[in-house]
Write a protein that binds this ligand. Structure first.
Ligand code: SF4
Ligand code: SF4
Length: 386
């Protein structure tokens, strides 16, 4: 359901004890270091981390602050990464509550969010491109992909339109495993960014389009290569919209199984040291930490080394929660911070499992003037299948 119980939400926000540990607590044993990536990479003002955002939210909800775009600004300076939720000892989920606040206050104009929403509703993608571009990369595969079938690869807007290598390599992995798969003729955006930025009713319209398209494709299983699509299709659709799709797996969950059963046999690649970045939507939100690591470890020649903050405590890439659109400089700064953490491991490559994270890490690499390689795990796996 898309409705929010306002009184319940306010009670939740009042659970905040104002302890402030979600700002920059460091728990070495747990690998926590500089909890809030926005606080760490921005003004450092009270409203840059969750404690201050909660006070702003309550003031807006209670009518103590005027509902103006300026007063609501800090609510959007957050990647909804969930790191504060991870450390918060109070009986609520601050990141989830903030997402709900954005929904309740969605009538406050926000030029960037509103334009992004309009683009998705008009074009079925946030990039203002003809949606047929999402299938363009298929031409380079050397084999055809049907539009209907029992296993559906739901490509996602960023892989389809910005990082087609991730889409090509996902298709290559499926083909190498002798998996017959289909790709929708006109794939609608999953609507993740609309949910995160409070435009939930609009996201529901897209969700219904996705549900219909998938139904018509005859799919019995869905494979995605984007962590945002994964969380949206697997968790948000049933919980928010009562939409139950066929089983939805990330390509790396699927590939882990294919490797274990011997259907996929990675061959040796040139020796390389790789560190893995956990996408928030896949890790903290869905608990998928092991599959990407197992796939990396199954590639002969890959040595996996870990950053200081990983799994439940991994610092965000900076792109989530609409921040990449809302404040791209801040988003890139956070990306640069993550790149520097990857460099500290001595790895020559940082691999992730989400084109949206990869895209922001690439921007962060540029800002940090780093020479580290930024790839998706599927890029390395596909290379080992050549
Ligand atoms: S959100 Fe949680 S961790 Fe942050 S100040 Fe409030 S009670 Fe403390
Ligand atoms: S969700 Fe992440 S970015 Fe937002 S306030 Fe919490 S720790 Fe900071």
């Amino acid at each position: 359901m898309t409705e929010i119980d306002l009184e319940y939400l306010k009670e939740e926000l009042l659970q905040c004890r104002r302890c402030g540990i979600c700002r920059n607590a460091v728990y070495e044993a747990k690998g926590f270091d500089g909890i809030c990536p926005v606080w760490k990479n921005s003004s450092g003002f009270e409203t840059s981390f969750m404690r201050g955002k909660i006070q702003v939210a309550l003031a807006l909800l209670n009518g103590e602050l005027d509902k103006t775009p300026e007063n609501a600004e800090s609510l959007f300076q957050c990647t909804l990464c969930g790191n504060c939720t991870q450390i918060c000892a109070a009986e609520f989920n601050p990141a989830e509550s903030l997402e709900q606040v954005r929904q309740v206050l969605s009538d406050i104009p926000n030029e960037i969010r509103d334009s992004l929403t309009e683009k998705i509703l008009i074009n079925d993608n946030p990039y203002s491109e003809d949606n047929s571009e999402k299938r363009r990369w298929i031409e380079e595969l050397g084999f055809s992909v049907p539009k209907t079938g029992k296993i559906l690869y739901y490509v996602g807007c960023t892989a389809g339109m910005r990082l087609p290598a991730a889409a090509r390599h996902t298709a290559t992995i499926l083909k190498a495993s002798n998996v017959d798969f289909a790709i929708l003729e006109d794939e609608p955006c999953c609507g993740s960014v609309m949910i995160r930025t409070g435009k939930v009713d609009e996201a529901k319209r897209n969700a219904e389009k996705v549900e219909q398209s998938i139904k018509e494709s005859g799919a019995e299983k869905i494979i995605v290569s984007c962590a945002g699509c994964l969380k949206t299709l697997r968790k948000d659709y049933p919980e928010r919209f009562d939409i139950e799709l066929p089983e939805t797996l990330h390509i790396l969950e699927y590939a882990e199984e294919l490797i274990k059963t011997g259907k996929l046999q990675p061959k040796e690649i040139e020796n390389v040291t790789v560190t893995y970045h956990d996408p928030c939507h896949m890790g903290r939100e869905l608990g998928v930490y092991d599959s990407p690591r197992e796939v990396l470890k199954a590639i002969p020649g890959v040595e996996l080394v870990e950053m200081d903050t990983i799994r439940e405590t991994a610092i965000c890439c900076g792109a989530g929660g609409g921040l990449r659109s809302y404040d791209s400089e801040l988003s890139k700064k956070i990306g640069a911070d993550r790149i520097r953490s990857a460099e500290d491991t001595g790895a020559s490559i940082i691999a992730t499992a989400c084109p949206f994270c990869e895209n922001n890490l690439l921007s962060g690499k540029k800002m940090a003037e780093s020479s580290i390689g930024v790839v998706d795990v599927v890029d390395l796996l596909a290379k080992s299948l050549e």
